[in-house]
Design a protein. Structure first.
Length: 571
């Protein structure tokens, strides 16, 4: 064990550990780091300490000694509507850096990683790949829905309706006070829920443990079992890079298509893969999503809150439905292959328990997860669009986009920040047939914040939601719906074509043909050659905007972040 080798090298180790309460007999035990995002930062992390303590108990029961480490995350919801959201993507890389620091400064024999939400979960997956010690992940589950199945992603819609005078301030206040009745990740298939599922789909969690209701006692049992299991992994010397391969990532992306996962996964999965020494790009997503069956009827694209995902059988049920498309021979943290895990679940009564949960809410599992041959859709959930506007690509979640906007030619309305764009939407300056651009919001521009409020203002407007597009080099919340195209690359801050768009340009979108192009100038159609000439002339007049953050962590991030289509990580 590496922990025992370090004791021999550094004689201060033993007395320092005894100074914080370790007993002499603890010093020679396998030593396990329990890393989490616990903190009073938001409901997705405020309850994680109890899961940490269960993992500590599991480690102790298996003969090890655990040490607790904490780097809490921020909440995209609390950061919305102000410059706080600019810190969100940067925080992912900083949490991964702290995991490296914790594991590197005092080497351990294994780790249990506990996180729930948008940046905490992918950061921990990045950290697991980077430190590459025997590891297992536990996710903190999902909060309960409120009255009448109210969930948080609806608040943006109600807020926009209130701003337009469609509901009263009192009604909005009631919704706000009842949307989050418990701890856990937000109860819809946003980025937090998606990344919890991705962790299990990669084989780094105990089977069936992703996205449990945070109030469910099963989750505490899972955390304790993870503590026991990491001891087995440490004994075997089975490390994450021994298990997680390109096949594992392909499995995860197939699951992503089946659940209509968040577009933010296109930032996180490539960044995670890089830490495992692998390369995943947007083209990998587009290839695997084409023809994939979309099965999950969970909000925001579907009907039910995310807690129902576990009731229906969770990741294993999804995997059973797409089983013929998966690499069943990949290794997982159980020490068994994916195929063996799925067979074990069928034999041990896992689905019987899930059926009971479904019956308690008056549903069958097929109401929540559709059988493969009764899919909601058969072309995955996302598409990568390219053209002279996005030479490196842009992403659209077409399962959340009105069919009317799958093919359209629109009038460009460019804005250099979100605040100006949302003001134009809410004041009805934006008209049907417009393409609203929000630029200089990519990783190098402002940290790549979400354009959530603008997307909600558009999608909550019955007319605009089906007649305009929102195009940005920023990103969208996993809760976003409507005609939203993000991650446009190269970004405006790097002089990408999105920076050159002017009022009245004609913008052509074709989701099925994967096109995003400038096709006209001042409302007049032009040939591709003519468009190239105009863009070249505009480029001679373009000057970069001054850096939004001249110092601090966001300067570091913007100086080193790669393209959104590569994952937005820091080089």
């Amino acid at each position: 064990m590496i922990s025992q080798d370090i004791r021999n090298i550094a004689p201060e180790q033993d007395p320092l550990r005894m100074g914080m309460g370790w007993k002499v007999e603890d010093l020679s035990k396998p030593q396990i780091m329990i890393e989490s995002t616990f903190g009073d930062s938001h409901p997705g992390s405020a309850h994680l300490l109890e899961l940490v303590e269960e993992a500590v108990k599991g480690v102790a029961e298996a003969g090890g000694k655990a040490a607790r480490y904490f780097t809490t995350d921020i909440c995209d919801g609390m950061a919305q509507g102000h410059d706080g959201i600019n810190y969100s993507l940067a925080s992912r890389d900083m949490i991964a850096n702290m995991i490296e620091i914790h594991a590197g400064a005092t080497p351990f024999d294994g780790g249990v990683f506990v996180a729930s939400c948008d940046k905490g979960a992918p950061a921990h997956l990045m950290g697991i790949g980077r430190v590459n010690m025997p590891s297992i992940m536990v996710t903190g589950g999902v909060m309960d829905a409120g009255p009448d199945l109210l969930t948080l992603e609806q608040i943006g819609i109600y807020s926009a309706k209130c701003a337009r005078g469609e509901i009263t301030e009192e009604q909005l206040t009631w919704y706000k006070q009842h949307a989050c009745p418990s701890c856990g990740a937000c109860s819809f298939m946003g980025t937090a829920s998606t990344m919890q599922i991705m962790a299990e789909a990669l084989g780094l969690m105990l089977p069936g443990s992703a996205l449990m209701p945070a109030t469910c006692e099963d989750l505490r049992d899972v955390a304790k079992e993870a503590g026991r299991q990491v001891m087995k992994l440490a004994e075997l010397g089975l490390k994450p890079r021994d298990m997680v391969t390109m096949k594992s990532f392909e499995n995860a992306i197939m699951v992503h298509a089946a659940i209509s996962g968040s577009t933010n996964s296109l930032l996180h999965i490539p960044a995670i893969a890089r830490e495992f020494g692998l390369t995943i790009d947007a083209g990998t997503f587009d290839r695997l999503h084409r023809g994939a069956h979309y099965l999950l009827d969970i909000r925001p694209a579907g009907t039910w809150p995310a807690q129902y995902f576990y009731y229906a059988g969770g990741v294993p049920r999804i995997m059973e439905e797409i089983r013929s498309l998966l690499h069943l021979d990949v290794m997982t943290v159980t020490g068994k292959t994916l195929g063996e895990n799925l067979d074990d679940l069928k034999a041990n009564g896992f689905y019987d328990k899930c059926d009971e949960y479904c019956a308690n809410v008056g549903l069958k599992w097929t109401d929540i997860i559709r059988p493969f041959d009764q899919a909601i859709g058969t072309d995955g959930a996302i598409a990568i669009l390219k053209g002279n506007l996005a030479p490196e690509g842009a992403v659209i979640k077409h399962t959340a986009c009105p069919k009317e906007m799958f093919k359209a030619t629109l009038n460009a309305r460019p804005f250099d920040c979100e605040e100006d764009a949302i003001a134009a939407v809410l004041s009805h300056e934006i008209k049907p047939g417009d393409a609203v651009f929000i630029r200089y919001e990519g990783p190098k521009g402002s940290g790549m914040p979400e354009m959530f409020y603008t997307s909600e203002a558009i999608s909550s407007d019955k007319e605009l939601g089906k007649t305009i597009a929102l195009i940005t080099d920023g990103r969208f919340s996993g809760a976003s719906t409507g005609p939203s195209i993000g991650h446009v690359s190269p970004e405006a801050a790097e002089g990408g074509p999105i920076a050159l768009v002017e009022e009245g340009d004609l913008i052509h979108i074709d989701v099925m043909e994967r096109k995003l192009e400038i096709v006209g100038i001042a409302g007049i159609p032009k040939t591709p050659e003519e468009i190239d000439t105009v863009l070249s002339e505009r480029r001679t007049r373009w000057t970069p905007k001054p850096k939004k953050y001249p110092s601090g962590v966001l300067k570091i991030f913007s100086d080193h972040a790669v393209s959104p289509m590569k994952g937005g990580y820091m080089e």
